[in-house]
Design a protein around this ligand. Structure first.
Ligand code: SF4
Length: 182
């Protein structure tokens, strides 16, 4: 993408100045998602009585978590104005630049709506499975894990991404996530 075209994507009028993220900050910003995936996978290890089933389900969930991130990187990030810049808080934008060419930023909202549902089950599968496990055989460790997972997935992770990603995003007027919250 030539510099001029790139600058068009970066016309950030009316928004907070764009922030640049170091590699360390990108890694830190990925931690809440990584923590959610590890907590979700642990639900299966604690919930299944048979460890083979527990580990198989946990590994499947972990693979889904990694594949979900890759899905976003491949199918959504190329439409983002933060593609191939250090303004992407989690570093996906730079990874996306290695995997696919820049696409039309005006289609970001459409792509967001289409691809975000692919990863949404990651937030709910451990809760649904955990409740089923708890009904079948209640344990305090599983109960506490479910509470921690829910806090992480529904409070810490959204707060973290809002603080780091959305506040100065040049696309926030296009973003269905912000739209829904406002
Ligand atoms: S801000 Fe979001 S959509 Fe944009 S490049 Fe980064 S991860 Fe992808």
């Amino acid at each position: 993408m030539d510099r001029k075209a790139s600058n068009n994507y970066w016309s950030n009028e009316g928004h907070e100045p764009l922030r640049e993220y170091s590699r360390g900050q990108e890694l830190t910003n990925n931690l809440p998602y990584i923590a959610m995936i590890i907590l979700g996978a642990t639900t299966f290890i604690l919930g299944f009585e048979n460890p083979i089933w527990g580990w198989s389900a946990a590994i499947t969930y972990l693979i889904y978590g990694v594949a979900g991130a890759l899905w976003i990187i491949i199918f959504m990030c190329p439409y983002c104005s933060r593609w191939n810049t250090s303004n992407c808080p989690c570093g996906y934008g730079r990874i996306a630049a290695r995997l696919s060419k820049k696409k039309d930023s005006n289609r970001f909202k459409e792509k967001f709506k289409k691809h975000i549902p692919v990863i949404v089950p990651l937030w709910f599968i451990p809760i649904v499975a955990g409740i089923a496990f708890a009904i079948r055989s209640f344990s305090w460790s599983l109960f506490i894990l479910l509470i921690v997972f829910a806090l992480e997935a529904f409070i810490v992770l959204p707060l973290f991404s809002t603080k780091h990603s959305c506040v100065n995003c040049p696309q926030k007027d296009l973003c269905p996530w912000i739209e829904r919250r406002s």
